[in-house]
Design a protein around this ligand. Structure first.
Ligand SMILES: Nc1nc2c(ncn2[C@@H]2O[C@H](COP(=O)(O)OP(=O)(O)OP(=O)(O)O)[C@@H](O)[C@H]2O)c(=O)[nH]1
Ligand SMILES: [Mg+2]
Length: 688
């Protein structure tokens, strides 16, 4: 269908897990006649929760796009997961839409994630709509909830409709001229009053209209349109609607609001892009213009790797017109690719389309170079354009993973990389020292679903354990070491003797090997063998099996035998002489210290500080970035922070967040050293 920009709407459903976003998307699709009625989360038959794991858990785990037509309007609806563990899949939706519909469960009221989504949407300059869903549910008190919404989010939250017939339907308060209730009584307040409040609020943004309104006492919906869009853009009006995805109450009315009142792509606040000069220097802000005549600028906000069709890159067109023949550059890439086929999405289904205009949300398949957050454009001069950063939370929850079956290593690595491509908050690290692969995510549930996806979808089982702490070993004193390697068991013998000294180096210097042997006491050709023997100890250390660092080894004397001296003899003598010296050089254990930045509600400052000091941390400073919020800077040993994410979560009822980065190494306390030494197998450096 040829379509115009003015007839496009983009809307992301966001909000607390379980508030009914997926069910609402389903109800809207069914009401528009796009899918048969009856799809339900509980039966696993919705358009948006199409992944097997979503059906099993009855929660959305990823961002789903459902595009459909209603009254000659193209609606791109985005359903997002509500659990904070999956923010990496819900926040990107905010980069693709004009409107964020923050859904609130009428039964539970304002929940933990509600204000967070309200703030995130406001911060990105989105129009906001509050959808109070589940109005049918037992004990739902819509009147009290509306009051509470206005208390928490402001008086600009005004209902466009009100529950009626004991919450079995809703009555419009906006479209009906002069607020005549089309269908009689409402459950609370009155249509007239709600209508008047809406008009009063909207005309405030337009002086002329305000004057006309004061004179005539009424304005037409047509006159209200422009100022209404402005009020939405400026956050001067946050409309509230009531729905039940279960009974269908308010669904037709919500569709009407989407089509008639929500902004088209030219009416929302344009997203901020930044242009980063290739030669370096300050990035400049840039606003794409929703004009099909200009260069193409589109933002990839979702990657999905489908077992059958491969990589699916989902993008929002912000400027220009995309067709299957458009030569698209991928970010800073220099080689353009042809889109080939363009698809509109409805859950797991792709529907081929012939063009994409500003506002459209489309997908291309099988272009492996496209990654999350890339800009697609058709002009090499736009290679330096980026979307404004999404400000996703940092992933610090870690689990070390190991394939249960030997031989699965490659397959596991491939699949984990696929998952990483799809999920911006999932990371993989390889700790070479401990030889372990560590996956990182936003929380326990995040990583648990990755493991379940691995076993369910890919039949790969992984064993997990807490990631190991990268302890190190060093020495605190200088010492000498000596070893004489001699073997004479028939035939040719083996002989080599080494004298060396060890000394501590400043922290962070690593390792140095110095040869100061005089007069060929150890012939030159055997020095590399001695070094090899010494270096062999570095990886496994002396005390507890951790790598040694900040040590200088100087080989200063030795003996050789003209016939029996062999490389192996000097490797062995070098190794044993080093171990001999280490034993006398006061070996100590070093532990990593990290900088931690914590943001928490002000009232929890004491609890968080107590938690840190109870784990050998110390507070270095605090700040108040926003009223009611504190930011604490601290340092603490990494080994003490294993349970910190969970503790912070429970201390702050989920409102705290933190980030961590490595700072430096410090000697570990005696008790910890003893524990680690005891845990290390005593036979580890038994002589061979
Ligand atoms: N009574 C009632 N139940 C509803 C309504 N909408 C959804 N539900 C039920 O609430 C539960 C959660 O609904 P979902 O649509 O999965 O909620 P969601 O917001 O998508 O949840 P997440 O995907 O976890 O963020 C399901 O059991 C739905 O059947 C409603 O309007 N009324
Ligand atoms: Mg859902």
């Amino acid at each position: 269908m040829a379509h115009s920009i003015k007839r496009i709407r983009t809307l992301a459903l966001v909000g607390q897990a379980g508030c009914g976003k997926t069910s609402l998307a389903e109800a809207l699709l069914a009401k528009s006649g796009s899918v048969p009625p009856g799809g339900s989360v509980d039966k696993g038959t919705t358009v948006c929760d199409y992944h097997p794991l979503e059906k099993q858990l009855q929660h959305s785990l990823k961002l789903a796009v459902a595009s459909f037509d209603h009254q000659e309007t193209k609606i791109h609806l985005l359903d997002t997961p509500g659990y904070p563990d999956f923010l990496g899949n819900s926040l990107p939706a905010l980069a693709a839409v004009e409107t964020a519909a923050v859904v609130i469960n009428a039964q539970n009221g304002i929940e933990m994630m509600t204000p967070r989504f309200m703030q995130w949407a406001a911060k990105r300059g989105l129009d906001r709509l509050i959808v109070v869903n589940k109005i049918d549910a037992d004990g739902a008190d819509c009147e009290a909830l509306l009051g509470r919404i206005q208390e928490v989010f402001g008086k600009e939250c005004l209902p466009l409709n009100l529950p009626a017939g004991k919450r079995s339907k809703v009555s419009d308060c906006f479209f009906a001229p002069s607020g005549e209730a089309a269908s009689g009584e409402v459950d609370f307040s009155s249509v007239e009053e709600a209508h008047r409040k809406l008009v009063d609020q909207v005309v405030e943004v337009d002086e002329k209209l305000m004057e006309a309104y004061l004179e005539k006492g009424e304005v037409t919906p047509e006159e209200l349109h422009e100022p209404l869009e402005r009020a939405l853009r400026e956050g001067h009006l946050v409309p509230v609607v009531f729905t039940s995805a279960k009974t269908g109450a308010g669904i037709a009315e919500l569709l009407e609001v989407i089509v008639e009142l929500l902004p088209n792509p030219t009416e929302g606040n344009p997203p901020a892009y930044v242009s980063v000069p290739a030669a370096g220097g300050e990035p400049t802000e840039l606003q794409p213009v929703p004009d099909p005549g200009r260069h193409v600028l589109a933002h990839v906000f979702k990657i999905e790797i489908d077992p059958y069709i491969g990589r699916l890159a989902v993008f929002r067109v912000h400027q220009g017109r995309v067709t299957p023949g458009t030569q698209l550059y991928i970010g800073e890439g220099r080689k353009p690719v042809k889109a080939g086929h363009l698809y509109q999405l409805r859950g797991k289904h792709q529907i081929e389309v012939s063009e994409g205009l500003p506002g459209d949300i489309l997908a291309v398949t099988k272009i492996d170079d496209i990654q999350f957050d890339h800009i697609l454009h058709d002009s090499p001069s736009d290679a330096h354009v980026h979307a404004r950063a999404l400000e996703l939370p940092t992933s610090v929850f870690g689990l070390a993973v190991l394939p249960r079956k030997r031989g699965d290593e490659q397959k596991v690595s491939d699949v984990l990389h696929k998952i990483m491509a799809e999920d911006p908050c999932f990371r993989l690290e390889h700790n070479a020292q401990a030889n372990e692969t560590v996956m990182r995510g936003l929380g326990e549930m995040h990583l648990k679903t990755v493991l379940e996806k691995m076993s369910g979808q890919y039949k790969l089982e992984l064993d997990t354990r807490p990631p190991s702490i990268p302890f190190r070993e060093t020495i605190a004193a200088r010492a000498d070491g000596h070893s004489r390697h001699k073997k004479q068991t028939g035939g040719a013998g083996q002989f080599g003797e080494v004298f060396l000294k060890v000394e501590p180096l400043p922290r962070g210097k690593g390792f140095e090997f110095v040869d100061s042997v005089k007069g060929g006491a150890i012939p030159n050709q055997f020095i590399p063998a001695v070094e090899k023997g010494v270096r062999g100890v570095l990886d496994t250390g002396f005390l507890a099996g951790y790598p040694l660092q900040d040590v200088r080894v100087t080989v200063y004397d030795g003996k050789h035998h003209p016939v029996d001296s062999k490389e192996v003899a000097f490797v062995s003598a070098g190794r044993k002489a080093f171990l001999d010296a280490l034993g006398k050089a006061r070996p100590i254990l070093l532990e990593p210290i990290v900088n931690v930045e914590i943001t928490a509600p002000e009232t929890k400052m004491g609890d968080v500080a107590g938690e840190l000091s109870g784990h050998r941390g110390h507070i270095k400073g605090s700040d108040a970035p926003r009223p009611g919020t504190v930011q604490i800077s601290a340092q603490a040993p990494l080994s003490e922070l294993e349970h910190f994410p969970a503790r912070l979560k429970s201390l702050t009822a989920g409102h705290g967040s933190y980030s961590m980065e490595f700072s430096h190494y410090e000697p570990a306390p005696a008790q910890l050293t003893q524990k680690l030494v005891a845990a290390h197998k005593p036979e580890a450096h038994a002589e061979d």
